[in-house]
Structures are given as structure tokens and as C-alpha cells.
Design a protein around this ligand. Structure first.
Ligand code: 13P
Ligand code: SF4
Length: 392
């Protein structure tokens, strides 16, 4: 895959000037933006990445999440959403090094799912996830204590979104729960409700609510919001005991910024536009959209769309820009003018990738991600339950 630069589809009302050439009178920046992104500071980086990868050969397996930059994704052996990448990592026991171009929780999951002999590397340790940070293990243990005190823990099944720390996955595994991703959240909730009366859903309230209400048919009243910064989550024992879904108060800093007015505005601007969003978006955004699904679903939907159709996509900007470049026969625009890249995903850039590969060539393993064996054992149980969920 070559490096591409997003150029606005010309002469379309829907097109937004985000990066690259073009003009946008509505932008604070004013009109004509003259050019493309500047070249990476070292023009030899692409060549160096290629050379290091070639030297490592089959010893290295590079995974790239769809939200990664083009300059990085071109070196990925496989690309995918978090579910696909977890499976891909588990399917390559022969690779000595897994270089994970994604964020910290994904690299942890890869470490849990790969053999002890394999080493997982995150090219920049600052590539975390603000959503995962919203559920600390001490906070979750304290929430569970509250459920135990009111006699509700035994009938509660914890379900955590993949976007959580290994410690949270370990907690869920220890309490007979399951991990889910945005591709299989409904199946995970079906599984959980076969085993308990209620679900503690961590850490993304939006994925939890959207799946429970829109796919399982629960009412909004059957879902309560647990605020880890308030005693007892800010809920009474009765509210907790009567709830079907206890939603952790966490969200994605990127998807949580799309609003219903973005959807209304794009519909006014582009008659007939199809609005396609990720389920990490808020409930009112998802209900105002035409289609909702994981990043893999978003890609498949755009690929299958007829030429000439118009799409406003509410997910991370690197992916939307890549889709726009790959499908010039369709009009693809970003759902909002002000939502930015995922800043932590973008921490992985070409200099960090080159550095980690060249260090491996030199026999040094940098930025290795390891999960302690006890946490890994329980987290693996929760991940294995997810991998064993029936196919849709
Ligand atoms: P998926 O990869 O499961 O679609 O999740 C999106 C995301 O936010 C990853 O960080
Ligand atoms: Fe976390 Fe959202 Fe970034 Fe994904 S897109 S890594 S959920 S902040």
C-alpha cells in the first residue's frame, strides 16, 4: 500500500477541508490552503523501514490498526479492527516479534494471546487510550464491592470492551465474564444474559447503551450510569439492583465528540447522504445515523456502496481519509469539521516504527509490552470466551 495524501474530492458540497489542498471559507484558517502535509523530517525513513523489515523477514509480524497513519500502515503485514488484530496476533505463533502499531491495550491483548517466546513491541509507549484510562482497576474493584454489599454481584456478569487495560480484562476473567469488541458486542451481551440477570459493562457507556437498547431491545430505564468518581457510583442500591445494564461512565475522546447536530448539518448540506458511524458514538448520534458498526463494518459498507453514492463517516479521521482516497468514485466526507485524529493512535509515527525495527535488527528489544502471568491467565480466559462466541 502506498502513502497517500488526502485531496478533497473536487467540487462537492460535502467535501471538507481537513488536510491537504483546497479551500474552505467556513474555516477559521480562511480560504486557500496551499499544500499537502510536509514530508517526514528524514526522507530516508521509508527506505530504512523497508530495509529493517526485510532484514528481520519472517521473524517480525507488524500489525496495524485502521486508525494508524498511512505512513505507518504501509508497513503493516495485516490491518484490522481490534477484534481482527487480536485473532491475527494469536494466529502467528512462529513470529518472534509482534510489532503492534495501535495502542497499549491492543499490545497487551496481543501479549496475552501469543506464546511466551514471542515478544510484543509498541513503537511508542505514549500510545495509550483515554477510554481505557477511564476504568482503573481499583475503581472497578470498588464498584464490585458495592455490588457484593447489596447482594447483586452473584447475579451480575462483567463484560469489558477490548478497549480496557489487561488488569480490567483479568478482573472480568476472574469473575466469569467476557471481553467484547465493537464487532461482537451483541453476541457478548447475549452470552452474558444467559448467565446472569444484569451486566456491568466497562468502560464505554456508549457501546454498552447502543448495543443494549438498539440491538437487545432493553429500555433506556433498564440502563444506569455508574460514575466511578461518586460514592456507590452515584446510584442507590435499588437502582443498581433493578438495572439490567450498569454502564461504566467512560467514553472515547474521539467518537464521543460527534454530535447529533453534525448529522443534521450534513443532511442539510448533502441531500441523500448516508450517515455511517461507529458504535462508540453517543446514542443520539447513532439513532440519527443510517448505519452503525465497527471499523471493519464501516470499511465493508463503503466498499459495497454503489459508485456515485454519498457518505458522511463518523469515525477516526485517518480511516475516513484512507477510505476517501481508496474510493474516488464515491463521495466520502468526515462527519464533523472539528473532530480530530485520535492523538494517542497518532503517537505511532514513522520515526518510532523505524527505531523499534532497527533496534530489533541490532538485537535489542525496545518497548516490550508484558502482562504479568496472573493477570494474563484470567484475561486470557475472558478473551478466549470472546473468541469462542458463536459467529453472528
Ligand atoms: P474497533 O477497532 O473495535 O472498531 O474499535 C475502535 C477503536 O476505537 C479502537 O481504538
Ligand atoms: Fe481510545 Fe478512542 Fe483512540 Fe480508540 S479512538 S484508542 S477508543 S481514544
Amino acid at each position: 500500500m502506498g502513502v497517500t495524501t488526502f485531496v478533497e474530492p473536487s467540487g462537492t458540497a460535502a467535501a471538507l477541508l481537513l488536510l491537504g489542498r483546497g479551500s474552505d471559507a467556513a474555516s477559521e484558517r480562511g480560504v486557500d490552503c496551499p499544500g499537502d502535509l510536509p514530508a517526514p523530517s528524514d526522507p530516508n525513513l521509508v527506505e530504512r523501514a523497508r530495509a529493517a523489515k526485510a532484514k528481520l523477514g519472517e521473524r517480525v509480524f507488524v500489525l496495524g490498526h485502521h486508525y494508524q497513519r498511512d505512513e505507518v500502515i504501509q508497513f503493516a503485514d495485516v490491518t484490522g479492527d481490534s477484534f481482527k488484530l487480536a485473532r491475527d496476533a494469536a494466529a502467528r505463533p512462529d513470529a518472534e516479534f509482534i510489532v503492534f502499531c495501535g495502542v497499549h491495550f491492543m499490545a497487551e491483548s496481543a501479549d496475552i494471546l501469543t506464546t511466551d517466546a514471542q515478544r510484543v513491541i509498541l513503537p511508542d509507549l505514549a500510545a495509550g487510550c483515554s477510554m481505557a484510562d477511564m476504568a482503573g482497576i481499583a475503581q472497578v474493584e470498588s464498584a464490585w464491592d458495592t455490588l457484593e454489599e447489596i447482594g447483586a454481584a452473584g447475579s451480575t456478569v462483567p463484560v469489558t470492551y477490548m478497549n480496557s487495560t489487561a488488569a480490567i480484562k483479568g478482573f472480568v476473567g476472574r469473575h466469569d465474564g467476557v471481553v467484547c469488541t465493537s464487532s461482537n458486542a451483541k453476541r457478548a451481551l447475549d452470552w452474558a444474559f444467559e448467565r446472569g440477570q444484569r451486566v456491568l459493562f466497562l468502560p464505554d457507556q456508549h457501546l454498552g447503551r447502543n448495543t443494549a437498547v438498539l440491538e437487545l431491545g432493553l429500555t433506556a430505564d433498564e440502563c444506569v450510569l455508574y460514575d466511578p468518581h461518586k460514592p456507590g457510583g452515584g446510584l442507590t442500591a435499588q437502582q443498581l439492583g433493578e438495572a439490567k445494564m450498569i454502564l461504566w461512565r467512560g467514553h472515547c475522546s474521539v467518537h464521543g465528540r460527534f454530535t447529533k447536530s453534525c448529522v443534521d448539518e450534513v443532511r442539510m448540506r448533502v441531500p441523500g447522504v448516508n450517515v455511517l458511524v461507529h458504535p462508540e458514538c453517543r446514542y443520539d448520534v447513532v439513532t440519527a445515523a443510517d448505519y452503525v458498526g465497527s471499523t471493519e463494518y464501516i470499511i465493508r459498507t463503503i466498499e459495497a456502496a454503489p459508485a456515485g453514492s454519498s457518505w458522511a463517516v463518523g469515525t477516526e479521521l485517518n480511516l475516513v481519509r484512507r477510505l476517501a482516497n481508496a474510493h474516488p468514485d464515491k463521495e466520502i466526507t468526515f462527519l464533523d469539521r472539528t473532530v480530530c485524529y485520535c492523538s494517542t493512535m497518532n503517537r505511532i509515527d514513522l520515526p518510532h516504527l523505524v527505531w523499534s525495527l532497527e533496534e530489533l535488527v541490532a538485537g535489542r528489544v525496545v518497548n516490550q509490552i508484558t502482562v504479568d502471568p496472573d493477570t494474563a491467565r484470567y484475561a486470557r480466559a475472558a478473551l478466549d470466551r470472546m473468541l469462542a462466541l458463536p459467529a453472528r
